[in-house]
Design a protein around this ligand. Structure first.
Ligand code: ZN
Length: 464
C-alpha cells in the first residue's frame, strides 16, 4: 500500500513533452517574472515584513523541494489582503494573501493551497495559457497580472473602464480550466505527502471553501473564482488523499507566530491590541504562546512599551525560545532606548540563530542608530555570504557608507540594491553617480566602471 501510494497519486498526469513546445522560452518567462517582482517590490499591497516573508519562503521552499523542480527558482510573497486567495504568476512566482494564512485551521491546510499553486507551476499551466496569446500581449500581461490579482478582491480599486476591460481579458487568461485544477491537485497532493504534511487537509480545506459558511467577514474566497472547485474535484482529491497513510501533523511555531504577527502588524495598531486582548481573555486560541507574541508586537506598535515588556516576560517563562521572540525582545529594548541591552540581546539572538534575517536587519538598524557604521559593515559582509541576493542588505550597506561619508561606495551599494530589485535603470543611475564621486581609489573606480559596463550591456539585450 505504501509503495503504491506515490504511483496512485501521479496517475493520470499528462506527459508535458518538450518544454520548448510551451512556446514561452525560459528567458521570456524569467523576464516577465522580473517585471512582476519589480511591481511586487514597489507595491503597497505587499507585506514586506521580513519575518512574515521568511516564514512563507521557508514553507514554500520545503514544499517546492518536494516538487521535482528546483526550489531556488521559486519566489513567494505575501499580499496584504483579507480575502482568501493564492495564485501563481509567470516566472515561478507564487503570491499568498494574508487572509489565507490567517483563515486556515492548520498549517497543512495552508501547505495544501501553496502545493496546489506549485502544481500549476510544475505543470507549466501559465506558460501554456500564455503561449496561446499573441507575443505582444505578454508585456501588458506581465505589467497587469500582479496589479489585477492584488486588486481583484477589491473591485472598487480597479479604476476606469479601460482598465476594467483590459483586466477582464487578462482575468480570463488567468482562470484555470478544470483539467488544470485536477493536475494541480494531484501534483499538490504528492508534494504534501513527500513534505510530511497531512494530505487530508487538502480536501478538508476545499470543502470549507465551498461551503463558505466559516468566512463571514466579507472575505468571500476569491480563490474559487480563479480555481473552479466542484464536488467531483473534492471527491477525487479525497479519494487520492485517503490512499496515503494517515498522519497527525503538529503546526510549527513559525506558522503560529507568523499568523499572529500578520494580525499584529496589519491594520490599525489599537484595534490589533484590542483583538489580542479579547482573544487572550476569552481563551479563543489553539496555541497560547503565539497569541502573547502577537499581543506584544501590537503593543510595541501602539507604543505601549511597559505592557509589551510584561508579555515578553510571559513568553520567556512559558514558551520555548524561538527567533521571533528573540528579535521582538531586542526590538523592544531598542524602542525603550536601552541601546546597550538591545545590542547584547541581538548578539545573543544571532549567536543562537545566525541566519535569522529579522535579527540581522534589527541589529543593523541598532548599529546605525548608535552610529557604529564600521560594526554594521562587518555584520553585513558576514551575513551577505548567506544572502548574496538580498537587496535590503545592500541598502543597509549604502546607509553605513553614507554615515562614513564614502560617496562612491554608497552609490555602488545602492546600485546593487536596485539591481536585486530588478530595477536595472535605477542600478545604472547609481553606478554613474559612483563613477562621478570625488572619492574612491583606483581599484574601486575600475570595479564600478566594469560593473556599469556590464549593466548597460544587460539593458541593451534584445530580449529586454
Ligand atoms: Zn488552481
Amino acid at each position: 500500500m505504501l509503495l503504491c501510494a506515490p504511483v496512485a497519486l501521479a496517475d493520470g498526469l499528462p506527459d508535458l513533452g518538450d518544454p520548448a513546445q510551451t512556446a514561452l522560452t525560459p528567458q521570456d518567462e524569467r523576464r516577465i517574472g522580473e517585471e512582476i517582482m519589480r511591481d511586487v517590490n514597489n507595491s503597497n499591497d505587499v507585506i514586506s515584513d521580513v519575518e512574515v516573508v521568511d516564514y512563507l519562503q521557508g514553507l514554500g521552499y520545503r514544499l517546492a523541494s518536494n516538487s521535482g523542480d528546483l526550489p531556488q527558482k521559486f519566489t513567494f510573497f505575501v499580499v496584504n489582503d483579507p480575502s482568501i486567495n493564492a495564485f501563481a504568476l509567470p516566472g515561478s512566482i507564487i503570491g499568498v494573501n494574508s487572509g489565507l494564512i490567517t483563515a486556515v485551521d492548520n498549517e497543512s491546510e495552508l501547505a495544501s493551497v501553496v502545493s496546489h499553486e506549485i502544481g500549476h507551476v510544475v505543470q507549466h499551466h501559465i506558460a501554456r495559457m500564455m503561449a496561446k496569446q499573441k507575443q505582444n500581449a505578454w508585456q501588458s500581461f506581465a505589467a497587469m497580472a500582479f496589479a489585477l490579482l492584488a486588486a481583484r478582491s477589491n473591485p472598487q480599486l480597479a479604476g476606469g473602464t479601460m482598465e476594467a476591460a483590459a483586466a477582464g481579458s487578462i482575468q480570463q487568461q488567468l482562470d484555470y480550466t478544470r483539467e488544470h485544477e485536477r493536475e494541480a491537485d494531484r501534483v499538490g497532493l504528492q508534494i504534501l505527502d513527500s513534505a510530511g504534511f497531512d494530505t487530508r487537509a487538502m480536501p478538508a480545506f476545499f470543502e470549507k471553501l465551498m461551503k463558505g459558511t466559516r468566512f463571514s467577514e466579507g472575505i468571500a474566497p476569491s480563490f474559487l473564482r480563479t480555481h473552479p472547485l466542484t464536488t467531483e474535484r473534492i471527491a477525487d482529491t479525497r479519494n487520492r488523499a485517503e490512499q496515503t497513510p494517515y498522519r497527525q501533523v503538529a503546526d510549527s511555531a513559525g506558522f503560529n507566530f507568523a499568523r499572529a504577527r500578520i494580525r499584529a502588524i496589519t491594520g490599525n495598531a489599537n484595534h490589533a491590541v484590542e483583538w489580542f486582548q479579547s482573544v487572550l481573555k476569552e481563551k479563543r486560541y489553539v496555541d497560547e504562546a503565539s497569541q502573547h507574541y502577537g499581543y506584544a508586537v501590537a503593543l510595541v506598535r501602539a507604543n505601549k512599551l511597559a505592557d509589551a515588556r510584561a508579555e515578553i516576560a510571559w513568553l520567556r517563562d512559558h514558551a520555548p525560545r524561538n527567533p521571533m521572540t528573540e528579535s521582538l525582545a531586542a526590538n523592544l529594548l531598542m524602542a525603550t532606548g536601552d541601546m546597550g541591552q538591545a545590542e547584547t540581546r541581538y548578539k545573543q539572538g544571532l549567536a543562537a540563530y545566525p541566519n535569522y534575517r529579522g535579527l540581522i536587519y534589527g541589529y543593523a538598524d541598532l548599529l546605525l542608530a548608535t552610529n557604529q557604521p564600521d560594526a554594521m559593515l562587518k555584520l553585513i559582509a558576514d551575513k551577505q555570504q548567506a544572502y548574496p541576493d538580498d537587496a535590503h542588505l545592500y541598502e543597509l550597506k549604502s546607509q553605513a557608507y553614507t554615515r562614513q561619508g564614502k560617496q562612491l561606495l554608497r552609490h555602488q551599494a545602492q546600485g546593487e540594491a536596485y539591481f536585486r530589485q530588478y530595477d536595472l535603470r535605477g542600478a545604472i543611475e547609481q553606478m554613474e553617480l559612483a563613477t562621478r564621486s570625488p572619492d574612491g581609489d583606483f581599484y574601486q573606480k575600475s570595479s564600478v566602471e566594469a560593473r556599469l559596463k556590464q549593466l548597460r550591456a544587460m539593458l541593451d539585450e534584445p530580449s529586454r
